[in-house]
Design a binder for this molecule. Structure first.
Ligand code: ADP
Length: 189
């Protein structure tokens, strides 16, 4: 099973993606984690990515597409995955379509997690206090929200038109939301 997790910063995509990967025994691919790891290793990609991430901006599409292309070719990505934080632009989504069809990977569903903006900002400011992430400060959080509404939210309509979008209410406890996702996926199959 191959899934995409979509939603604004702070909605709990990462947490839910981890649970759902365990549930279905599939791979969790978080582009945020992959990029932070590149930064930690001071690789060329990491150095490029850091300048964008620290501003709350998106890393260029071609960087992400090359990264995902290479990652999806690996052996462990042939029996199912969740893409968490990717795609984030229409260009990335179009690129992903091409990559997946080249590799004969089928997209089963796009999980769109929703929550209201005020709740999201509060969650992120709270997380920033213990995540130590350089982009979890109030100014950068607002910038990331803005980038989400401008560049990423058009993907909701994009995937509705492709008939693969499952919208999930992201307010509630972690297990409640996980159960909603599992139910939506199994009723969709
Ligand atoms: P969140 O969902 O909490 O905003 P992520 O950990 O998914 O955070 O991503 C952190 C940052 O990494 C983003 O703000 C962006 O700069 C960069 N990034 C992650 N995924 C992508 C992507 N698909 N395209 C461009 N930039 C990305």
């Amino acid at each position: 099973m191959n899934l995409i997790f979509l939603g604004p910063p702070g909605v709990g995509k990462g947490t839910q993606a981890k649970h759902i990967c365990e549930y279905y025994n599939i791979l969790h691919l978080s582009t945020g984690d992959i990029l932070r790891n590149e930064i930690k290793n001071a690789s060329k990609i990491g150095l490029t990515a850091k300048s964008f991430i620290d501003k709350g901006a998106l890393v260029p599409d071609n960087v992400l597409l090359d990264l995902i292309d290479a990652r999806l070719n690996k052996h462990d990505a042939q029996s199912g995955y969740i893409l968490d934080g990717f795609p984030r632009t229409i260009a990335q989504a179009e690129g992903l379509n091409n990559l997946m069809s080249e590799k004969s990977h089928h997209l089963d569903a796009v999980i769109s997690l929703t929550a209201d903006e005020e709740e999201l900002i509060n969650r992120l400011i709270k997380r920033g206090k213990d995540s130590g992430r350089s982009d979890d400060t109030p100014t950068i959080i607002k910038q990331r929200q803005k980038v989400y509404w401008e560049q990423t939210s058009p993907l909701i309509d994009y995937y509705i038109k492709k008939n693969v979008l499952l919208e999930i209410d992201g307010l509630g406890t972690v297990p409640e939301i996980r159960d909603r996702i599992v139910l939506a996926i199994s009723s969709n199959a």
